[in-house]
Design a protein. Structure first.
Length: 87
């Protein structure tokens, strides 16, 4: 049996990548990779996206700007959450 919610989630991620040239061709720069938390930027033609992935058990306080895509983002990034922010 297919998990329709999970399938929908991955389709949304695929569509996001197709619609964002920065995610396809952007240079990658890691600014955090410790304790289950990964942060990096993708930059292409003057546009920068910040990607945060929280695979830890604790909240992650990040500078929140305009979200392009997010899961588990409120004032902080929840454990097992991730987000893509403009900026």
């Amino acid at each position: 049996r297919e998990d329709s919610q999970l399938l929908s989630h991955y389709k949304a991620l695929g569509n996001l990548r197709k619609s964002q040239e920065t995610l396809q061709k952007g240079d990658i720069h890691f600014f955090c990779a410790t304790g289950g938390k990964i942060g990096f930027t993708r930059t292409f033609q003057g546009k920068t996206l910040k990607i945060y992935v929280n695979h830890s058990d604790s909240l992650w306080e990040i500078p929140i700007s305009a979200p392009v895509f997010a899961q588990g983002l409120t004032d902080t990034l929840a454990p097992m959450g991730f987000c893509i922010l403009e900026g």
